[in-house]
Every structure is written in C-alpha cells, then in structure tokens.
Design a protein around this ligand. Structure first.
Ligand code: PGA
Length: 250
C-alpha cells in the first residue's frame, strides 16, 4: 500500500482527481469505479473543473458505482444514481448509458446482483476503483463480518451505517434497510484502488487499515492487504492516530 499524506480535504481531492485524470489519459476507454458519500465529492468537483478547463473527455469512459440502496427509485433524490448526477454526471460528457449502478428496483435482487457482475465482466473489469472508508472499516456496503469471497450481493445495513447516512434523509426511518453492493472480491479484482479518507472521525479506521498486515473479515478494509496496487490518500486529521502508532513503513 502506498500512502499519500495531504494537508487537508482540498488537497486530498485534487490528488485523487489527478489519479483519475491520469488513468483516463493513459486509457480513454478506462472503467472507473465510483463511490458516494462526503469523501469523494471534492474529487468529483476537481474532475468537473478539469473537464471545463482542460477538456478531459469521458465520452469513451465507463463508470461502475460500488452500491445502491434497495427500494429507492433511480430518480429519488437519495438514490446513489441521483447523487452521482448531482455531483458529477451532470457536468461531464459521460454518456448516460456508460454509467452503471446496481439495479436495485428489480424485484429479483439476486438477479440484479448477477447482472451487475456480468456488466463489470463485459466492461473488462475496473481499472481504477475509488473507495471511501466507514468508521467501522466498511468499504462499499461490505460491513464487518462480510465474506471476502463475495461478489455483488444484497446487504442488510447495520444500524450504525443507517445512522451515519440518515443526515441525507428527513428521518432515520426513511433510510433504506437494504442495499446492493459490490463485494470485496469485486474490489480486489479492480486493477488499482484509490482509498480516500479525511477528518478525525476516520482516524481510527485509517490507523487500523495502515496497521493491517493480514486480511481480517471483522475489518473489511483489511482485505486491501491482498491487493497489489492500493493508494491511500488521507489528510492530516485522518492520520492523527496512525501517526501515534507503530506501523509499517510506506
Ligand atoms: P463518507 O462515507 O464518505 O460519507 O464518510 C464513506 C463510507 O461510509 O464508505
């Protein structure tokens, strides 16, 4: 794992965007794995600025998102498709048909998962996967205890995750109870992983990730030990605890 330390959120976002832009420059048909949440919003803003000023084109790019809530229509403002439209898709030239998210309105969710894996396979796999990290070490919606051998699957969201995401909804009861997420196996199959973290509330998870030497299913992000090309971009606040603990040299 490579660690890039940044002063703040803005610098983390700019450097993350540079990684994405370089991936597209070296392969205009790149498949980019996207995440939702507060963490990647600044990265998406930096991508939009770059698109406007330097014309990086997404016409041949495909994107695959990590996850989607079950039961929210894709036009629901809280669906992750809406999130992506608001924060990125509306402002770049990515064709709508190139943007993949799990189809969580299908009555047969297992079939939706199978189809998502098949879409990723047909795209030739993910070249660069952007990840955030949950306070409990979750990546995507792979909560502690998830098997690392799972591909796309249905998850029941933990109370912690629902509470953390309740800020986007009117009330906690409105947060869906289930989601479809890429599994850890999908994430490990991507060619490069870019994990972003900022702020004090991620410090414990980042410290545990940087100290991980063995994959441990009680801490999902530790699966990244098994991946040959992981770059962690974290700001000073997210690294306060890691700095205090003895850790491997990066
Ligand atoms: P956040 O979520 O970016 O909103 O902190 C990250 C995650 O829970 O994976």
């Amino acid at each position: 794992m490579k660690l890039i330390r940044t002063k703040n959120y803005e610098e983390m976002s700019r450097i993350a965007a540079d990684h994405v832009i370089n991936a597209i420059k070296s392969n205009p048909r790149a498949v980019i794995g996207l995440a939702t949440g507060d963490t990647p919003v600044g990265t998406y803003e930096a991508l939009i600025r770059d698109h406007n000023h330097y014309g990086t084109s997404y016409k041949q790019v495909h994107t695959v998102n990590l996850d989607e809530y079950i039961g929210l229509d894709k036009n629901d403002p809280n669906s992750y498709r809406s999130f992506m439209k608001t924060h990125l898709f509306h402002a770049i030239d990515l064709p709508e048909s190139h943007a993949f998210l799990p189809n969580s309105m299908m009555t047969d969710s297992e079939e939706a998962c199978r189809q998502y894996d098949e879409s990723i396979r047909q795209l030739g796999g993910v070249d660069l996967q952007i990840l955030g990290i949950g306070q409990n070490g979750h990546i995507g919606f792979n909560e502690p205890g998830s098997s690392f051998s799972m591909t796309t699957h249905v998850v029941e969201l933990t109370q912690n995750t629902r509470q953390a995401n309740a800020r986007f909804f009117k009330q906690l009861e409105d947060v869906p109870t289930h989601a479809i997420t890429m599994g850890i196996k999908n994430i490990l199959e991507s060619r490069c992983v870019l994990l972003l973290a900022f702020g004090h509330n991620k410090a414990e998870a980042v410290a545990q990730l940087l100290a991980s030497e063995q994959p441990d299913e009680t801490f999902p992000a530790s699966a990244l030990c098994l991946h040959p090309s992981v770059t962690i971009i974290a700001d000073e606040e997210a690294l306060v605890l890691a700095d205090k603990q003895e850790r491997r040299s990066f």
